[in-house]
Write a protein that binds this ligand. Sequence first.
Ligand SMILES: Nc1ncnc2c1ncn2[C@@H]1O[C@H](COP(=O)(O)OP(=O)(O)OP(=O)(O)O)[C@@H](O)[C@H]1O
Ligand SMILES: [Mg+2]
Length: 238
Amino acid sequence: MSLLELTGVDTYYGQSHILHDVSLTVDEGSLCALVGRNGAGKTTTLRSIMGVQNPRSGTVRFDGVDITDNDPHQTSQAGVSLIPEHRRVFPELSVEENLRLGHLGQDVAGDRVASLTDQVFEYFPRLEERKSQQAGQMSGGEQQMLAIARGMLSDPDMLLIDEPTEGLMPALVEKLRDILTRINRDGITVLLVEQNVELAFDISDYAYIIDEGENRVDGPSEELKQDDEIKDRYLALG
Ligand SMILES: Nc1ncnc2c1ncn2[C@@H]1O[C@H](COP(=O)(O)OP(=O)(O)OP(=O)(O)O)[C@@H](O)[C@H]1O
Ligand SMILES: [Mg+2]
């Protein structure tokens, strides 16, 4: 069953027409990848889903409900969590305070908060060790983990993750690959935007390639992974 469904989405920034008739479906329980060159419209797609930049036409349905015109808070309440690019954390606040912001205003019951917190500390033991440290003093990798952990604390059914491995050392990229796979196996549906196409194809079930704000190719990741022509045409740098 599809959990998220975009149909014919057109999104603009002012006069700039960025997404053209974008459609995609993410099955419940799956890990879906969205890839494409710089400027292809990946972040805009996630923002369109979340309601940061609402589509001008087309529809976004989540769990059967039309959320096209939602604002981000409503989308979050509906069960979607966006982990934006560039690992945005509140640098002045401690790790614990950042985590608390993840469930603030989300109607997550107290005992559920406790079990979600236990769970993210199990995924990211480093965060528990550093829970009273200022987030801005942690490494880039730790801040990315904190951004993901914070997103998990709203108790989402679906995570939208924008380039989590950007700028991370290879060892941390490997760790994130494991964590994303685990989060998905533990029952959260994931839409992953990644520049690291090999990683994205490796861990996803299905993938969409967009270019110039339009759908180009989609299919089982296993198949796309082996298609060098597609990779050269839509994913090569430059
Ligand atoms: N706030 C904005 N106002 C106007 N144009 C924007 C804005 N944000 C992005 N764009 C333009 O929209 C297009 C798509 O950008 P988007 O950020 O969605 O691409 P992306 O696929 O996420 O790229 P990247 O891989 O670099 O993150 C680009 O041409 C970009 O210049
Ligand atoms: Mg982007």
